[in-house]
Design a protein around this ligand. Sequence first.
Ligand code: NAI
Length: 295
Amino acid sequence: MQHITVIGGGTMGNGIAHVFAQSGFQVTLVDIAQSALDKALATIAKNLDRQVVKGTLSEADKTAALERISTQTDLAVGVKNANLVVEAATENVGLKLKIFADIDANAPVGAILATNTSSISITKIAAATQRPGQVIGMHFMNPVPVMKLIEVIRGYATTDAVTATIMDLSRQLGKVPVEVNDYPGFVANRILMPMINEAIYTLYEGVSGVEEIDTVMKLGMAHPMGPLQLADFIGLDVCLAILRVLQEGFGNPKYAPCPLLVNMVMAGKLGAKSGEGFYTYTPGSKELVVSANFK
Ligand code: NAI
């Protein structure tokens, strides 16, 4: 396995390109927007610099990693020499099905096609290709260069050989892969999102305040960050979309999103990225908003 193509140069795509390049792989990063590719390269350079300052990477290794990354706006060209394609484009079913059909039509016959989706069925994505046995989930965590876990998700048709190759490759990146089967939310989001939803219900029902709930989980359960702050960082729209996937996928009302979460998303309060969620975010500082969202 030498040549990796990453589709999508956003938050996750640039991190995925970063770790593959740092581990010695040739990487082609594909995005529809040249501006996204320029931004991705600048982010990767900045994050590699940070590793140099910390003493975990040499200046020469940083330069070599950057030289291994090329960019491309034409997907067909970008995947034509790939041994592995890792898709990390926007989370949208229709878009991913189209991207996988395009990758399948243009990537070498033997190439493995992976997706970094947080919530879409791997089996459904695989069915958009002529090679469902070679389609797999490779769910990296954010921020990719820092987080050790990769959830490796086997679709209904994914072969043992492809799974073994991706487990081994994940270890070559210095990560810890965990193999899971393809059911809604996989493992990470199936457990995380109901916890976040319950934290929002606890707030909604007036059991306690934003900061109090987060403090209980941080100091009581040794979580590095409280669930409401984590929801703000993930994006409240993303949390809502994943809860709906769980609710629909299992047909179980226990996954129904809290009405407060639904209201906040409708009001455009999406968390850190919109400047306001359970907390208010201003550049360089973080200011608490306790009651403003609960009228
Ligand atoms: P993002 O919005 O930061 O980046 C998505 C990128 O995809 C954008 O640069 C966009 O221009 C590009 N794109 C859209 N259509 C494309 C196409 N047809 N061809 C090539 N590029 C295209 O999104 P983010 O957060 O990086 O998420 C990407 C994937 O990773 C999603 O499936 C998401 O569910 C998953 N994910 C996200 C995590 C996170 O914390 N942000 C964590 C784990 C998984």
